[in-house]
Ligand binder design. Sequence first.
Ligand code: MLT
Length: 392
Amino acid sequence: MDIKSKLSNNLSKLPKYLFAEIEEIRNKLIAQGVDVIDLSIGDPDLPTPSPIIEALYEAAKDPANHKYPSYYGMIQFRKAAAEWYFRRFSVEFDPSKEVIALIGSKEGIAHIHWAFLNPGDYAIVPDPGYPVYNGATILAGGIPYKVPLKEENNFFPDFDSIPEEIAKKAKIMFVNYPNNPTSATATYEQLEKAVWFAKKYEIILCSDLAYSEIYQGNEKPISIFNIPSAKEIAIEFHSLSKTFNMTGWRIGFAIGNEDIVKGLGSIKSNVDSGVFNAIQIAGIRALQPDMEKYVEETRKTIENRKKNLTKALEEIGFKVYSSNATFYIWVKNPEGFSSKEISTLLLNKTGIVVTPGNGFGEYGEGYFRISVTASDERIKEAVERIKNTKIL
Ligand code: MLT
């Protein structure tokens, strides 16, 4: 039987997941003996703070935690999430109704589409953007409307460019600031515009705030709920992955409008069985105020790495988009190179893996993304290799 021909139409429409493709290329090179420096996926090299690991260890020993978790998450975890959120953004949420635990924010971002899209409905997704917005829209039978993020607009959507008939047929839309992949941040006024647009066209506004704690300098990114009335139409996705170096743990939460949270919860209860209780208990530990000192350390490390690498790239002759958030550097392709060409060249000539901008959508063409999630030594080594191959 030709199994491939049996794949669902929706799945057949999807390209291979960007980072799965990159992983395959990287593993092939490693198997050939290449000393690969992987600066592609945003996967922190720094360890999870030890109190979180200890909390997991203790919780994992307790048989009470070996049973099915609650579908919405332990109330203690949701309470810790709401309290953390309040300390950080000064907006109150009811943990019993307005917060839900996620198996990482990617899971919630994917499932929200299933909760609200009917076949043929539009989802307004940023381009370039985190590939899950587009992929999950298609899997749910929806149609992605890709709104370009252009450098001249500081990589923020021009909502006025969205045709009225699309806006009227859109059910959900995504904003993501601090932004992946461009590293851009959004102002209060920009987010206010997003809320205004979503309210005008009655669109569920999904804010992906996975990078809220990864900022440089003193200006803290804000939440969509810092815009009054956003709670009428919005949900926000938070992740413990990037904040506490916990990508492999798979834990995050969504917070927002009660009915939107409920819709997401209905999907989740049908398709997954929640987050392992011991991981939620470790998550509660992560969300305590005393963990902030670890996050501050992480921020300092990333700030230094970004500063040093940006300087080195500029000295070599690359043009870099200057930003104060995320652990990504968004670099312009050198003259005459496409995103794929420069990424392939870096890979073959230097063993450095970066992410081609067009992997995030057609408007990512012209750029590539570097993630500073490798040690200072490896980043220095990467710079030396680029210098020695005289790409520019
Ligand atoms: C990224 O590198 O863009 C993300 O970390 C990938 C992911 O979260 O799945």
